[in-house]
Design a protein around this ligand. Structure first.
Ligand code: KG4
Ligand code: ZN
Length: 390
């Protein structure tokens, strides 16, 4: 099989990214333009600003990815782009540019699900390390700012298939990190700040009640069936759903009842005046009760994610576990998964830190099996903000 060079383009949220990947197994270039500085003053992603920033960045980012790979527009074999899920306006920028390139260059166009991309970030790096022998079934936890989803992933002759066996009923784990950081005046995005501060607090200081999932999942469906249509109704095996809005509310109450509001506001102002606060800057602005709260929050999140994922791994008797998406960059999450996975004899794989958060290498990697299967996208396909993975 000759080498296949795919140019990947990703613009689903607040990162404009392009990458060149060879045959789904070698990362040749990987360029990510972050919009953190644009959204920071608002404490979260502002969709209109995100689309505008993608428009500014898309052409130079793609050019840089090609140049760093030693490629030209003409020398790549296909163009892959994220179709969804994500912000519609942001997705459209990447999709329109990818279509224009594919049309002008007469190259195949491949549409990729962003969540499938996160799963293929792990596969790409394992192949790059020479590990071609992953054992199936694979369970993948995709844990990011928009998703906390468990998928059983299978490689069949006609390509990869995915079955959702659990998802968050409300906030995604990354969203909880971001909201709690905002509540504590730690700025945006919250995950990395909490990750760096947690080792300085006592994770046992504050106890949170475990998330209660009492109701059947009725989101998005009038008939009360599960949101993910790929879960067969006759499958009696349990689902493994998550819920993180309760812990966020618990932190809000804690801040109120412990009268931490004034300190939070002072911290928010102090950190907002610094372009890139270092860990010492955070520590200089956090008292012990705040550090303890941060550490306890992270511990509760990690315990819940690890416990449910490992319970799902046992229930479905999987041979391999992937943990991927922005929150997979979290140090305590990685250590706990590694330790508890090892205790159960379950191999756990993570992407490297640059490929944990949003990037286009994962899109180019996920596109490779579709290229082989000639699964090309028609020129009239559109962005799908709520695209389901199956
Ligand atoms: O995968 P990603 O880049 O974008 C989405 O698809 O959502 O994930 C971004 C999310 C944000 O919520 C961010 O706070 C979280 O990942 N995150 C982290 C860490 N780094 C990024 N959460 C916890 N610990 C981290 N080190
Ligand atoms: Zn993502």
């Amino acid at each position: 099989m000759p080498d296949v060079y795919i140019l990947g383009i990703e613009s689903s949220c607040d990162e404009t990214a392009a990458a060149v990947v060879r045959s789904g197994e070698e990362l040749i270039s990987n360029v990510v333009a972050s919009q953190i500085a644009t959204h920071q003053p608002y404490g979260g992603v502002v969709p209109e600003l995100a689309s505008r920033e993608h428009l500014r960045a898309i052409v130079p980012v793609v050019r840089q990815a090609l140049a760093e790979a030693g490629h030209t527009y003409d020398s790549v074999d296909a163009i892959a782009v994220t179709r969804g899920p994500g912000l519609a306006g942001s997705l459209l920028v990447g999709i329109s540019y990818a279509k224009a390139l594919a049309f002008a260059l007469d190259k195949p166009l491949i549409a990729v699900n962003h969540l499938e991309g996160h799963i293929h970030a792990v596969l790409l790096e394992e192949r790059q390390k020479g590990n071609h022998e992953l054992e199936f079934p694979v369970l993948a936890l995709v844990v990011s700012g928009g998703h906390t989803h468990l998928y059983l992933a299978e490689q069949k002759k006609e390509g990869w298939t995915y079955r959702n066996i659990g998802h968050t009923r409300d906030d995604a784990a990354g969203e909880a990190f971001d909201k709690v950081a905002k509540l504590l005046g730690l700025g945006y995005p919250g995950g990395p700040a909490i990750d760096r501060l947690a080792p300085h607090g006592d994770p046992e200081a504050v106890k949170f009640p475990p998330a209660q999932i009492k109701h059947r999942d009725r989101r998005g469906r009038k008939d009360g069936r599960a949101l993910e249509p790929d879960v067969s109704l006759d499958d009696q095996r349990p689902r493994f759903d998550f819920s993180y809005s309760g812990i966020k509310t618990a932190i809000l109450r804690y801040v109120e009842t412990h009268e931490m509001g004034a300190a939070v506001e002072a911290r928010r102002k102090a950190l907002a005046s610094m372009p890139k606060p270092k860990v010492e800057d955070y520590l200089a602005n956090c008292d012990k009760p705040t550090l303890d709260l941060v550490a306890s929050f992270q511990r509760a999140m990690v315990e819940d994610l690890v416990e449910k994922t490992l319970a799902a791994a046992r229930a479905y008797d999987v041979a391999t576990l992937f943990v991927t998406g922005g929150v997979a960059a979290n140090n305590e999450l990685r250590q706990t998964f590694e330790q508890e996975g090892a205790e159960e004899g379950l191999p756990v794989y993570f992407p490297s830190l640059p490929l944990s958060t949003d990037n286009a290498a994962m899109i180019a990697a996920a596109a490779y099996p579709k290229f082989l299967a000639k699964e090309f996208a028609p020129m009239d396909f559109s962005a799908e903000a709520g695209l389901v993975l199956r």
